[in-house]
Design a protein around this ligand. Structure first.
Ligand code: XIL
Length: 299
């Protein structure tokens, strides 16, 4: 097929991009987005600080804008993210014990309820592990103990039983200590019936990233009985080195039956969270890069 989304759809997959509401009014940006992608995720506006700036006061304006824009064009929407140690509103950061627990559960319930039926898959918990496979010592971990991730998934499942519920993290681009820590958690969740459906691999990469065990890592998670998704792909560098990494990631997803789709963390090098880099598929003048054609060919 001629576009990333249509090519991915031929094998039942999606190809998505992280977006910000303001740029939906930019003609070049919206043309690339609606022309090539069949899925979107909010880069920031569905995070805790944006959706619940004050306790119990919810703001869904940015998220609703993205959902409405996407649905009008027949695109799916991923949800990012219900619980994370970063981009928490200030009022959450000082909470302790059951006050933090209740705030987390109330947040998950309200946000997942609001978007129920509109979200294909939710990143329920983001970035809760360290490089060595141990739990990150966030406020959630320190105040609530090991059980907080399970509590979060149970609350999300109660609020939106139809959504695919994901655990999402970075530096999990192969078989390593961190991905193994997450693997052990997912295996335990599946054994005990904790409602987890998917693992997201952010895949913030560089042209020289080692991808020798990338596909095998996706496969070992899939073999646990969860879907896998590439959730935040971007690749530092340029030219054929960058294109090769994009190609390898795409080929790995295509080779794993339970890899349901790929999202790039933006569209154009003009708007990226890696400002000193050119990590995306369109250059800053909205020209398709070598990496774009590598992905299209691999889908
Ligand atoms: C980033 C956004 O792209 C930035 O605009 C924001 O300032 C910080 O967060 N991992 C994630 C994403 O899960 O939510 C982060 O997004 C990038 C790293």
């Amino acid at each position: 097929a001629e576009t990333l989304g249509a090519s991915a759809a031929e094998s039942g997959r999606y190809f998505g991009a992280a977006v910000v509401p303001n740029l939906l009014n930019d003609a070049s940006y919206s043309a690339a987005l609606s022309g090539d992608f069949n899925s979107v995720v909010a880069e920031n506006v569905m995070k805790w600080d944006a959706t619940e700036p004050n306790p119990g006061q919810f703001n869904y304006s940015g998220g609703d804008q993205i959902v409405n824009w996407a649905q009008a064009r027949g695109m799916e929407v991923r949800g990012h993210t219900l619980v994370w140690h970063a981009q928490q509103p200030g009022w959450v950061q000082g909470l302790t014990g059951n006050n933090l627990r209740n705030a987390m559960l109330n947040h998950i319930t309200n946000v997942a309820d609001h978007f129920e039926g509109d979200i294909s898959s939710w990143d329920v918990v983001n970035e809760a592990f360290e490089w060595d496979g141990s739990r990150r010592q966030s406020n959630l971990q320190q105040q609530l103990g090991n059980g907080w991730i399970e509590e979060a998934f149970r609350a999300a499942d109660a609020a939106d039983p139809g959504a695919t519920l994901c655990y999402n993290d970075y530096s999990t681009d192969g078989i390593n200590a961190k991905s193994t820590g997450i693997y052990n958690m997912v295996r335990d969740f599946k054994a005990r019936g904790v409602p987890i459906d998917c693992v997201g691999f952010q895949s913030h990469l560089s042209w020289n990233s080692d991808l020798s065990t990338y596909q095998a890592n996706l496969q070992r998670f899939a073999d646990l009985g969860v879907d896998v998704e590439i959730t935040e792909l971007d690749v530092g560098g340029s030219g054929s080195g960058q294109a090769n990494v994009y190609r390898q990631v795409t080929q790995a997803c295509m080779a794993v039956a339970r890899c349901t789709g790929i999202t790039t963390w933006g569209i154009t090098d003009r708007h990226t969270w890696r400002p000193n880099d050119t990590p995306l598929l369109w250059d800053s003048n909205y020209q398709k890069k070598e990496a774009y054609y590598a992905v299209l060919e691999a889908l």
